[in-house]
Structure formats: C-alpha cells, structure tokens
Ligand binder design. Sequence first.
Ligand code: ATP
Length: 255
Amino acid sequence: MISPHPVVSLDDVCVTFRTGHGAARREVRAMSHVSFDVAPGKTLGLVGESGSGKSTTGMVVLGLQRPDSGSVRFDGAPMARSLRSRAGRMQAVLQHPRWAIDPRSTVLGAVLEPLLVHERRTRACEQRALSMLEQVGLTEAFASRRPHQLSGGQLQRVSVARALVTHPSFIVFDEAVSALDVSVQAQILNLIQDLQAEHGFAALFISHDLAAVRYIAHDVAVMRSGEIVEHAPTDVFYEMPTHPYSRQLFQELTS
Ligand SMILES: Nc1ncnc2c1ncn2[C@@H]1O[C@H](COP(=O)(O)OP(=O)(O)OP(=O)(O)O)[C@@H](O)[C@H]1O
C-alpha cells in the first residue's frame, strides 16, 4: 500500500539560539538535524526532558520559528512565509488555556476568532462554532460565558474547539493535558482521539507524560539535547525502548 503524503515533513532541521553579549554570550542548539514526517490522521508523540527542544520543534512545525538550516514542508509544499496564508490550516493547543484565550471574550467569541481571519461573522459561522462546541461536549449554554466562569477542563475543551473549528490538517498539542487532573486528562485525550478519527487531522503531541503519549500517539520520537535519539511505532517503543536515554527517561518519568 502506498502511504499518503505527509502533512508535515521536517528534513535535517537545525535551530541554535544565541543569547547575551561578550563574555555572557551563549549558544544553545535547540534542534540538531531533526527529521520526521507526520501522515494524515496520525499523531506523533514527542517526549524528552525539560529543555530538550520539544517546544522549539512545535514552533518550527507551526512556522513560528525559522530553522537555521534544513527544510519544513506542509501539505507537500515548502512552508509559506505568510502566517495568514496558513491560518486555520494549522492550529495549536497549549498547556494553559487561560493564557491562550482572551479573558474578555465569550466562549462563542473565542471559538469564532480563528474563523474570522478569513470570513465575516455570519449566522453560518456562529452555527459552525456552536456545533464545534457541541462536539467537544459543551452545550449552547456555555456560549455566552467568559473564561473565568469555566473550569480548567472546560476551558481546554474550548481550546480544542477553537483549534478544530477551521478544520485544520495539522494540530500541535504542547503539554495540552499536563495542567489538568488525571480524570479530566483522560476525557480530553478521548476527545482528541474521537475528533481525530472524525476529522482526520495529523498531530504532534508534545508531553512529559509517557502514559498520555502511549494512549494517544501512533509513533513516538524521543528528544535529547536537540536531537531525536529514537523514533518508533508506539507499541514497539513501549514494548522495548532501544536507546539507553529512552530507558532512562522511562525510569525517571515513571518513578
Ligand atoms: N527564544 C529562545 N531564546 C534562547 N534560548 C531558547 C529560546 N527558546 C528556547 N531556548 C532554549 O532552547 C532549548 C530548548 O528549549 P525548548 O523550550 O524547546 O525545550 P522543551 O523540551 O520544550 O522544554 P520544556 O519541556 O521545559 O518546555 C532550551 O535550552 C531553552 O532554554
């Protein structure tokens, strides 16, 4: 069977951050020769200790951080420079929805916002946003509420609805469930899985949580000091991680 062409493809990407001046000048290699593909409807889990380069990878994939070298392709073409041209086609769900959502906005306003980059606010748009809210389990009664009137889990559902309302082909989840209680985490993971089965988006799921990654990801990549040291199908990886650092990570993150 011919595999479908990847939604996102990174080839030999390097990113170095330079900070400070003179004697205090420092260089950090946040990504070192990183390559991977994510196919439609699939999730790549990205794990690694703090500072290993996971979020930088998320930023590169979203086109928010330009690589120093290497290439990033989206939907089969080199990543467009213009943010507007890919608005709605890629989305992100971050760890703290309270930072991502305007506190003055209503829930309906927050979900509508990504649609209004390309469209005027019409009744049809509002219906689409309301139906997305319903798909994430929030009734119309939530539409007029403000973020401070919602729990963390409800607000993360709003973030998921907001990410999905434009029917993106790719979503980055960066520690998207890490701030939530375990039972709420499970609900959001189930929700993401159901919505992926329905909408077919590809995803990069960045997390410290190896159990969450095992549950949601089809493949796993392990990052260490900017490099991908292991990349394997999820069942193979969890059965027997081959790289010594992956084994160490298992011990550290599961003890
Ligand atoms: N804008 C920046 N300027 C300078 N250094 C940066 C910048 N962004 C990230 N870094 C550095 O690059 C390295 C990788 O950071 P990154 O945030 O990608 O790691 P991470 O694996 O996502 O960490 P965490 O799990 O703690 O979020 C770190 O050493 C970090 O300090």
